[in-house]
Each structure stands twice: as C-alpha cells, then as structure tokens.
Ligand binder design. Structure first.
Ligand code: NAP
Ligand code: COA
Length: 274
C-alpha cells in the first residue's frame, strides 16, 4: 500500500468515533465485516438479523475487539419487528448516522424450478426488506448528515441465469437507492448502493460457486485475478458514508475487481450441486 493510501485507510475510520451505525443483516459475512470496520473506528454499532444467536456472537466478537456493539433479532420482512429494533437502537445510541441495509437470501435455481413462494422469499428479504429498513428508519436518521448504504449485487444490472429472483430484487434495491436519494436529499440524507463482486469466505460465494473448480473458474474470470476480501468491501463502505463522499448520492459503486465488466456469470455448477 502506498503511503497516501495507508494514510487515508488509517484516517477514514476515525471520522466515525461516537457515530451510530445500524446494520441490517449484520450478523455474518460482508455485512459483519462492515460492522466491524465501523466499530474499529469508534462507532457504536447496532446489528439485526433473524438469528438471535448469530447476532449475539457478532456483538460479542466486536466487544472482544474493544468495540461498542448491541443488537437484537429481527426479520427485515416484518416492518413492525424492524421498527422495534430501531427504537431499541435509538434509545441506546441516539440518532443513526449510518444505515446499512444488507440482509439477503439467495439460492441457484432456474425460473421453471422456482415456485412463486421461492421467488417471493428472495424478493421479500432483499427488496421489501430494504424498503422496510430504510422507510422505517427515516425518523431515526440524523438530519442533516445521515448516510444510507444498500448492499446490492451485480445481478442488479447483469441478467444472470438461475438468478431471476435475485436479479429482480437487487435491481429494485438499486432503484430504491436512486429514488430515495432524490426524495431525501432535501433532508441532507445521502443514499448509495455498494455492489460487491465475488467475495471469498462468504455464504454468498459458497452458494454460487460450491466447488473448487467453480471457485477457480470464478477467480480466473476476474480482471484482477482473485476473489475480493470482505475488508475491501468494508473499506468502500467507510469511504462512501464519510465526508470524503459528501457530494455522492444515488450512486451505485462496484467493488468487484472488474468482474462485472464481462457481463453476467454462469452459475450452472451451483445448479448441478457443485
Ligand atoms: P450472509 O453471510 O449470508 O449475509 C446475509 C445476512 O443477512 C446474514 O447475517 C443473515 O443472518 C441476514 N438475513 C438473511 N435473511 C434475513 C432476514 N429475513 N431478516 C434479517 N436478516 C436476514 O451473506 P454474504 O455473502 O456475506 O452477503 C452479504 C450481502 O452482500 C448480501 O446483501 C449479498 O446479496 C451481498 N453480496 C454478496 C456477494 C458475495 O460474494 N458474497 C456478492 C455480491 C453481493 P440471519 O440468517 O441470522 O438472518
Ligand atoms: N431451489 C428452489 N427453491 C428453493 C430453494 C432452491 N435451492 N431453496 C429454497 N427454495 C424455496 C422453498 O422451496 C420455498 O418455496 P415453497 O414454499 O414453494 O416450497 C421457498 O424457497 C422459501 O423457502 P424457506 O426455506 O421456507 O425460506 P426461508 O425464509 O426459511 O429462507 C432462504 C430463505 C431460502 C433464502 C434461505 O436460503 C436463507 O435463509 N438464506 C439466507 C442466507 C443467504 O442466502 N446468504 C447468501 C446471501 S447472497
């Protein structure tokens, strides 16, 4: 890392000291890495996901590293449960400075092998869940100054076989980003999307590239020649929610080693069960 890059890397998180960061779907994977990155910079982090055990483990892990975290179980498909979680977070940490919406579900299946409920399940978690989290959070967001970040996916803009549910849902997530950037700009709230590419050691990649061979093929197809690291996505979350990005709203930023430049991926290995 160059001296300049190192300096930015070290300075960025300090902007978050004492800030309240709420992370929906933050109990594992990329979203947990984002929560950890903000906590390492002194932010007070509130995490929700469905599993109380996973939330507890995530909160304990951040605490063990010296961070200040809390959380509770909530399903983003249930707006009332999200509201209760936000009330709890607000009474503990005050107005929300950064809101991350990253809860998601996925599986690989052709449209003809997917029931209406299978399609609806992913759309409900990714798209309706994002609406519930952001819409319900509005009264609790710091105005002016809050940053909202939706965690999207390349499926939002690359039509991808066996991903009709995730493609439809994440395209909708990015449209929520753009519409609310327009509606909430007057409140001084910025809304952006972050699009991770293939990120190693995650549930998402395990589902989409379940074999060694599929992983190797995926790595080889990335212009930068490797899978991404969770911290590399977290770094961009820190940047987009910081004053460095004070004039950035309604944007969709890829963190993917260039992998989406070549179009949609082929997940037929996952369909065949690896
Ligand atoms: P992950 O570890 O499975 O993260 C998903 C999180 O969402 C979990 O903490 C899960 O916890 C939570 N969640 C799922 N359904 C929920 C619901 N109904 N209500 C509340 N929380 C819910 O997967 P990941 O691979 O790190 O993915 C994280 C984000 O990155 C997702 O938005 C995904 O679309 C995006 N992404 C990932 C990749 C990749 O390479 N991994 C690539 C592109 C985009 P519970 O089970 O406890 O609910
Ligand atoms: N192929 C086809 N349909 C599938 C499927 C698959 N591999 N996996 C689930 N479904 C269908 C189910 O059959 C069901 O439809 P049905 O009622 O018509 O039979 C529907 O999806 C809902 O399944 P259910 O298991 O009840 O949903 P859930 O709400 O408990 O779990 C999932 C949601 C399915 C998305 C689950 O995989 C999950 O919780 N994922 C979270 C973690 C994750 O996906 N991380 C990666 C993020 S990128």
């Amino acid at each position: 890392m160059s001296n300049q890059a190192q300096a930015v890397n070290e300075a960025l998180p300090r902007w978050y000291a004492g800030h309240h960061v709420f992370v929906a779907g933050g109990s594992s994977g990329i979203n947990l890495a984002i929560a950890e990155a903000f906590a390492a910079g002194g932010a007070r982090v509130f995490i929700i996901s469905r599993s109380a055990d996973r939330v507890e483990r995530a909160v304990e892990g951040i605490g063990a590293d010296g961070g200040d975290a809390a959380g509770c179980s909530a399903d983003v498909r249930d707006a009332a449960a999200v509201e209760r979680a936000l009330q709890q977070a607000h009474s503990r940490f005050g107005d929300i400075d950064v809101l991350i919406s990253g809860a998601a579900g996925n599986f690989v299946a052709p449209a003809l092998g997917m029931s209406a409920n299978g399609f609806k399940t992913v759309v409900d978690i990714d798209l309706l869940g994002t609406f519930n989290v952001i819409r319900t959070a509005h009264p609790y967001l710091r105005k002016p100054g809050a940053a909202v970040l939706n965690i999207s996916a390349p499926q939002a803009f690359n039509p991808t076989r066996y991903q009709v549910h995730a493609c439809a849902a994440k395209a909708g997530v990015d449209m929520i980003t753009r519409v609310l950037a327009m509606e909430w700009g007057a409140d001084g709230i910025r809304v952006n999307s972050l699009v991770p590419g293939p990120i190693g050691d995650t549930e998402g990649i395990q589902r989409l590239a379940p074999s060694e061979q599929a992983l190797e093929q995926m790595e080889a197809s990335v212009p930068l020649g490797r899978l991404g690291r969770k911290e590399e996505v977290a770094n961009m979350a820190l940047m987009l929610c910081s004053p460095l990005a004070s004039y950035v709203t309604g944007s969709v930023l890829t963190v993917d080693g260039g992998s989406s430049l070549a179009g949609g991926r082929d997940f037929s290995d996952a369909l065949a069960g690896g």
